[in-house]
Write a protein that binds this ligand. Sequence first.
Ligand code: PAF
Length: 304
Amino acid sequence: MNITVIGSGAMGCLFGGLLAEAGANVYLLDIWKEHVKSLNELGVSITSNGQQRYIPVQATIDPAEISSTDLALVFVKHAQTSKAAATAAGLIGRHGAILTLQNGMGNAEILATAVGEGQVICGTTAQGAMLLGPGKIQHSGTGKTSIGMWEGATHPLLGDVATMFNDAAIDTTITTEIKPVLWRKLFANVGINAITALTGIRNGELVDLAETENLVRLVVKEALEVAKAYQIPVEPDALEHVFTIARATATNRSSMGQDIDAGRLTEIDAINGYIVRLARAHGIKTPINQTLCALIKTLESHQQ
Ligand code: PAF
């Protein structure tokens, strides 16, 4: 299968690298020239459990260099999804598919406006990765990946994508009900990302102090109330699952933490901001999510 990864940061490199290692024909697309140069010259460097390996990949900053793509795997940040949608639509034509495993809500809707309804596959992953430098990442957490159609009938590539991911040791299942799965991941991002970004800690450190753990509980409980108001099916262990993810990715700095550390804009609007907007429309109060949004936005506006 010909795969183009659009947005080849930590997660894009992890998936692209593992898929290339398993035999897929992978092109990594990114705007960071030094990173792309290193990927072409050395391959993607993945450090996992203290072991480093290089996996040969092709990389480019120019989508025009990529000829045929069956699957566009979108890993850009939420704010770049519209641009990625246009690029993906140009690459996959009428028969390919887009898969988004991005954090936050609203990405599948944006992608679906650029292609046909049945061409968007979406899902979540509990894999974690950190960018160490140009061409180099650390694989900092493993866990399940779930994928399913956003809307419309099953795409012919859906099964092939799951098989290919599993062949690449990315433990993947297909689900017919993807929306509750997206919400389950949203709860984790609501509880983990902003707090780790603001405090500088790693995911596993969220449980070191009772006060921090309690803050995670409070912010996720607000999101659970919003989900209930919108009649989203929620598993009974949804809150505890947030801590399971934090522990499974203990050494990881959350993606929002990495964004703040690197002086980039974050995905706060698609995570805690999404909860605040939905809550407001239903007259629900979410003061903790609101506070975390305000603090992250304050940080964003003061970084160069
Ligand atoms: O955004 C992230 O960093 C990840 O989604 C997760 C699962 C919280 C692990 O760091």
